[in-house]
Design a protein around this ligand. Structure first.
Ligand SMILES: [Zn+2]
Length: 382
């Protein structure tokens, strides 16, 4: 008797925040498409994979990373650090600028087997080398170049990025931020602003931001963060109320467990849960998006909320929801990440503090229905 489905994932706990699904169900796949989600689909399958005891999630969407390999000194390998660790779509956050974007498109966006979009750096140089701030020469912010690149690449450029650290913008932070906002406004795209080492208190920076703009590194332990003691600053809550978004963006130096614990306890969850992976941190302390999720779950973010912020939320922000990313829907693309919880391990934050917590580990990653080779967690003793 012919079977109805090519492949059925059976018995896993399906969590799809986009549809509100959270249940033990089977997921059936035909070719590159999800054919059915429901109970008892295995009888009609040509091939069955048991997912009992595992979580069946939409393929993860990384809202903030650095994957301009070969050109930028901070570029992590896109597939090895992301796809093979459960991420099927990712936004590079400002590693490429207008002058380096053609190389980004040719070397990364086109050849890699995952969906890549970009927050284009407002400096034409982009983030090529951490030692030399890309806006120390403020003339590298060429509005026309940024606008032309965005207009010519609407499939990839989904926003702009400015790193507002003192060693990047020097004294000129205010002029450069205003110019960046004008560019973003003209393009009709969001601006991502990196904080941590900003010279001004956060409320001053927030006062400039528009609904849809993104503040990266919301749990940074550096001065001028979101907290006053145990309390989230009123200006931060006010910014969130008017639609400014907050991205956790772990990074090498911008996740403090202590800040995150206090903020989460007071109910302040990130809008986007991202890793800010780069060549400087993908072998630790960040490792990958699932490890960043594991850390924030251990600090109090409910599992479903963490999944929401690493699937449907960033997919919507990046305009990838229209392509079927960030959700599990019948008739939609079969982008699926199956994960299990490991035994407890020691996990570090950016300052070297540790927590002991279970870790989410990918056991099966499907991109367009095709199984991806998974690489082992890089925190394992070698
Ligand atoms: Zn970053």
């Amino acid at each position: 008797m012919p079977t109805r489905y090519d492949h059925v994932l059976t018995g896993g706990t399906v969590i799809d925040p986009a549809s509100g699904t959270h249940d033990r169900l089977d997921v059936a796949i035909n070719g590159s498409t999800i054919a059915a989600i429901g109970p008892g689909l295995a009888a009609d399958a040509a091939r069955v994979t048991s997912c009992a005891g595992s979580l069946v999630l939409p393929g993860l969407v990384e809202g903030h990373t650095h994957i301009f390999q070969y050109v930028s000194q901070v570029g992590a390998p896109p597939e090895e650090a992301h796809l093979r660790r459960g991420v099927v779509a990712a936004a590079d956050a400002g590693t490429a600028g207008a002058s380096t974007f053609p190389a980004f498109r040719k070397l990364i966006v086109e050849p890699v087997d995952m969906r890549v979009v970009s927050f284009l750096n407002v400096s034409v140089l982009g983030l090529i080398d951490f030692r030399f701030g890309e806006l120390l020469n403020p003339d590298t912010l060429v509005a026309d170049d940024a606008l032309e690149t965005a207009a010519a690449n609407p499939d990839v450029v989904r926003g702009f990025k400015i790193r507002l650290s003192e060693d990047v913008v020097g004294e000129q932070w205010e002029t450069l931020l205003k110019k960046s906002l004008t560019v973003a406004e003209q393009a009709g795209l969001p601006l991502m602003v990196h904080i941590g080492e900003t010279s001004e208190p956060l409320p001053v920076v927030l006062s400039y931001l528009r609904p849809g703009d993104v503040v990266a590194h919301c749990y940074t332990g550096k001065p001028h963060g979101i907290l006053d003691g145990d309390t989230v600053l009123p200006a931060v809550l006010e910014a969130r109320d008017r639609g400014v978004l907050f991205d956790s963006a772990h990074g090498r130096s911008n996740l403090s467990f202590e800040i995150a614990r206090r903020a989460i306890a007071s109910g302040f969850l990130p809008d986007v849960l991202s890793s800010d992976t780069s060549a400087r941190n993908w072998r630790g302390p960040v490792f990958d998006l699932l490890t960043s999720m594991s850390k924030l779950i251990a600090l109090g973010v409910p599992l479903v909320e963490a999944v929401t912020r690493a699937t449907v939320r960033p997919a919507a922000l990046l305009g990838l929801d229209a392509e079927g990313y960030g959700r599990l829907s019948v008739g939609g693309p079969a982008h699926i990440t199956v994960v299990t919880e490991t035994d407890e391990v020691e996990l570090p934050d950016a300052a070297g503090n540790t927590i002991v917590a279970p870790r989410l580990e990918p056991t099966l990653v499907l991109h367009d229905g095709g199984a991806v080779e998974i690489t082992p967690w890089r925190g394992l003793p070698s």
